[in-house]
Design a protein around this ligand. Structure first.
Ligand SMILES: [Fe+2]
Length: 503
């Protein structure tokens, strides 16, 4: 940890470089010298750090990836995160076995089912825009004039291939919120080319399981990855293009720790859960990796004529979520945005490093405007706030939420074909096998349930200027205030929010 004296000296050096730059601007000659003379040693990796590139797995189908990683980051990740996976595999399987033999997939009441889509990460799938085919499908169920209808569309499940004896099916569910403050209600499910409602007995029960199975697959392989991978370019560019003592570097670096090696292990690693080999003890998905990677692609490239799956664009504000789940996320975003705005006010509007940083990051991620436009419209603050909010609050909450789902209600694999309408009361056998729960529980322990290393509430931005230190302290206070303010819909405690994507 550098001493305060050193940090102050470095900040002083940066200020001097900046004034030198201003001097140079006045003395422009034939050679453009419009740049500061900051030595390479003032950068984290001597200006030779990680950088985004086309993803080796699918250069056109998914976002840019960062695959050449500094050994220091790889080592740190292995020590703090990678070794934990090995410990999980060695020591956690007996408990997963116990859970597997004690768990049966039970009926999910209509209220429970609706609650999953109101109060968990599945809430992100509520879409108030029903496309033309949806309007036709559900026409007879949309007669209520009051309230609002939503669809949850799990069309990407159609890309999933399955191992023998395991079934999946795309589905679309219709929900209705009778009035603004009322909870949503589930109205009907379209699956296996038929529509089911709560008048359909066993078929309805099975349809709800298919809906939850689809939501688990799409939730973890399509919507959640959008919180991970499009943000990696910003992570890499920050480490390589900003001097260590620049305010923007200090603001972002605590939120970049552990992430790049993690992403690389998921996307490129042979042991990745996305490989889902048959023997993989945490391979909880229904089939081979091709169909699973297709979920990633559907999330990034979008689905044609489906308003639930537009082509990915980096959001400069939190995407709208139609439940308290969204209100919770927005409350944290507002505090983070305010903090970022105050910190950035200490930099000149034409700061050359910020301008270059924005020019770099916009090249790799669709939806990020050019550096010039970002600066002109004052949206740099949004970009920075979105990064911090996404990799800390939004990402941690997804994990907390999915990791809390009960395994006796939600499954990633079903052993009974999708409903036909002829389901008998005595059923067609168990919906899941112990091996399905075993793998799901192992994946929960290893990847889905949060395993925090550093926390948002503890972040020290290592500012040397007293005014910036005061902002850091105020930010921590404001975070605690939000944690109190959301009493009643606190989907994750502040104490459980990680500072970066680290699982
Ligand atoms: Fe994650």
């Amino acid at each position: 940890m550098p001493s305060l004296k050193l940090l102050k000296a470095a900040e002083q050096h940066y200020t001097e470089a900046k004034s030198k730059l201003n001097g140079m601007k006045k003395k422009r000659n034939d050679i453009d010298q419009d740049y500061p003379e900051t030595p390479a040693s003032e950068y984290l990796y001597n200006r030779a750090g990680p950088w985004p590139q086309p993803s080796p797995g699918h250069p056109f189908g998914v976002c840019s990836a960062v695959i050449h990683l500094p050994w220091q980051e790889q080592l740190l990740w292995t020590k703090e995160v990678g070794l934990r996976y090995a410990r999980n595999m060695l020591f956690d399987w007996p408990d997963a076995l116990r859970v597997a033999f004690q768990t049966k997939l039970e009926e999910v009441s209509d209220a429970e089912c609706a609650k999953f889509f109101e109060e968990s990460l599945f809430a992100k799938m509520l879409n108030p825009k029903l496309d033309e085919p949806d309007k036709k499908t559900f026409a007879e169920f949309m007669k209520k004039e009051k309230g609002q209808y939503f669809k949850v569309d799990l069309a990407p499940v159609k890309f999933v291939q399955t191992y023998k004896g395991i079934y999946v099916s795309p589905s679309v569910a219709l929900f209705h919120r009778p009035h603004k403050n009322a909870p949503i209600e589930i109205v009907a499910i379209h699956v296996n080319e038929k529509i089911f409602t709560n008048k359909d007995g066993k078929s309805w029960e099975l349809a709800k399981h298919y809906l939850l199975e689809g939501a688990s697959i799409v939730g973890t392989l399509l919507t959640h990855p959008l919180l991970h991978f499009p943000f990696d370019s910003i992570n890499a560019v920050t480490k390589t293009a900003l001097p260590k003592n620049h305010i923007l570097f200090k603001l972002l670096i605590p939120h970049c720790k552990f992430t790049l090696p993690l992403e690389n292990a998921v996307l490129q690693g042979e042991s990745s859960i996305l490989k889902n080999w048959k023997w993989q003890i945490y391979g909880c998905y229904p089939g081979p990796s091709e169909g699973l990677y297709d979920q990633f692609m559907a999330g990034y490239r979008g689905l044609v004529d489906n308003s639930s799956y537009p082509e990915y664009e980096f959001p400069l504000e939190p995407p709208k979520i139609y439940s308290k789940y969204g209100d919770f996320l927005q409350a944290y975003y507002d505090v983070i945005h305010n903090f970022v705005k105050n910190v950035m006010s200490y930099l000149p509007e034409d700061d050359i490093y910020v301008e270059q940083w924005t020019n770099y990051v916009c090249q790799f991620t669709p939806g990020i405007p050019s550096g010039e436009e970002l600066i002109r419209t004052g949206k740099v603050t949004n970009l920075i706030a979105m990064f911090i909010w996404d990799v800390s609050v939004a990402h941690s909450l997804d994990h907390e939420s999915f990791g809390s789902l009960p395994l006796n209600k939600v499954s990633m694999r079903l052993r009974v074909p999708p409903p036909t309408g002829d389901e008998k009361e005595d059923g067609a056998g168990p919906l899941i096998k112990p091996v399905d729960t075993f793998k799901f529980e192992m994946a929960m322990k290893m990847f889905y349930r949060p395993t925090n290393v550093t926390f948002l509430k503890d972040v020290n931005y290592n500012f040397a200027d007293n005014r910036l230190i005061a902002l850091n302290n105020q930010f921590q206070e404001d975070l605690r205030r939000v944690d109190q303010q959301v009493e009643g819909y606190r989907y994750i405690d502040l104490d459980c929010i990680a500072a970066s994507v680290q699982y």
